[in-house]
Design a protein around this ligand. Structure first.
Ligand SMILES: NC(=O)C1=CN([C@@H]2O[C@H](COP(=O)(O)OP(=O)(O)OC[C@H]3O[C@@H](n4cnc5c(N)ncnc54)[C@H](O)[C@@H]3O)[C@@H](O)[C@H]2O)C=CC1
Ligand SMILES: O=C(CO)COP(=O)(O)O
Length: 344
């Protein structure tokens, strides 16, 4: 740390969320020094000239203490008090390996929400495989990039097994219009972040077919039961799914007009093909890439996830939106099984 409260923060990856998080850190009352590393040199040049990100959040100006960087990011990682990875899940393994080589002691947190497509690992499992000795954590919770960039009130979860990483995340982001809550349940927080994306595709389909608000509430509630079952089977704590990274992010993403995953569902319901949708979306919709792995991991653990399984069938072109709804409605009657509340 450079002074008592002022941190040097390197945000690697300048998509919508990396950019918004960099803006939030730079606007923090401690006036952190923030470097936002951009992979694409042309985009970096535009951002430096315009002092905003014309590709993703073009209405929000960068504070003066936010520097745009490109090229080799070694110096940024080696001089940072905190490294924030703003890239999608697909880039996590490579980024962590590179950082571990550059600065094995660097505290690193990721922002991505999903499961790695190639081997079905949650982000912290990717880290354990790729760079097991790094000090790590995840920042998650209900947070649309545009609202964070505009400094609208937001509450997040900083999850890490390491109290120093939690404290750094709180020092970096808690303040002004952002509240950051500590948590040690990495599994629960990451399962929430991954599964809510799949469920947001489902509610997008529901709303795209105009099935009504009753249907949407049912999908969210039964979706939360799916998320909780999988998360607990993987070792997460049931109460985490009642928190910001569970029901909080599920409600936001499943109902909010700014969600890309929900948009995928809306467009699928209108009859567009997945390749068409992905070609025009302009952002990563992690639910598309992790739905299969969510269902596969659930299957390995004997966990039933009918809504997520139906989304996978639709994404794989094995059913259409109307058939998917029929399939869910025709399931046998069941007892409403809910996870027991935690005993304190
Ligand atoms: N946009 C949002 O509101 C939120 C997004 N997230 C999560 O954050 C992650 C990133 O999302 P967005 O920024 O919205 O995606 P985005 O689609 O807006 O941007 C992704 C960025 O990552 C860059 N990128 C991809 N691979 C890279 C690599 N190997 N090295 C460097 N840069 C690379 C791309 O060039 C692009 O700029 C996703 O996992 C998403 O689920 C989490 C919370 C909120
Ligand atoms: O994670 C998010 C909000 O918390 C963003 O969701 P989408 O990726 O669906 O836009």
């Amino acid at each position: 740390m450079t002074t008592a409260n002022r941190l040097s923060i390197a945000v690697l990856g300048a998509g919508a969320w990396g950019t918004a998080v960099a803006i939030a850190a730079a606007k923090h009352p401690a006036h952190h020094h923030v470097s936002l590393w951009v992979r694409d040199a042309q985009q970096a040049e535009q951002m430096r000239l315009q002092r905003r990100n014309p590709r993703y959040l073009d209405e929000v100006d960068f504070p003066d203490n936010l520097c745009i960087e490109e090229g080799n990011f070694s110096h940024l990682v080696m001089s940072a008090d905190l490294v924030v990875l703003g890239t999608p899940v697909s880039a996590l393994s490579d980024m962590l390996q590179t950082i571990a080589m550059l600065s094995p002691q660097a505290p690193v947190v990721w922002l991505c929400k999903g499961i790695e497509q190639t081997n079905g690992l949650l982000p912290h499992e990717v880290q354990l495989k790729a760079a097991p000795h790094l000090l790590c954590g995840v920042l998650s919770g209900p947070s649309f990039a545009l609202e964070v960039a505009r400094s609208q009130p937001t509450a997040l979860v900083a999850a890490s097994h390491d109290a120093r990483v939690q404290a750094l995340l709180i020092a970096a982001f808690h303040g002004n219009n952002m509240r950051v809550y500590g948590n040690t349940d990495l599994v629960g927080v990451e399962v929430g972040g991954a599964v809510k994306n799949v469920l947001a595709i489902a509610t997008g389909i529901c709303d795209g077919l105009d099935l009504g608000l009753n249907a949407r509430a049912a999908l969210i509630t039964r979706g939360l039961a799916e998320m909780t079952r999988l998360g607990c089977a993987l070792g997460g704590r049931p109460e985490t799914f009642m928190g910001l990274s569970g029901v909080g992010d599920l409600v936001l993403t499943a109902t909010g007009g700014l969600s890309r995953n929900r948009k995928v569902g809306l467009l699928l319901a209108q009859g567009q093909s997945l390749p068409e949708i992905l070609a025009t979306l302009g952002h990563v919709a992690e639910g598309v890439y992790c739905a299969h792995n969510v269902v596969q991991r659930a299957g390995q653990l004997g966990v039933e996830m009918p809504i997520s399984a139906a989304v996978v069938q639709l994404l794989e072109g094995k059913t259409n939106a109307q058939e998917l709804v029929q399939q869910l409605l025709e399931r046998d009657p069941a007892i409403e099984s809910l996870p027991s509340p935690p005993v304190h």
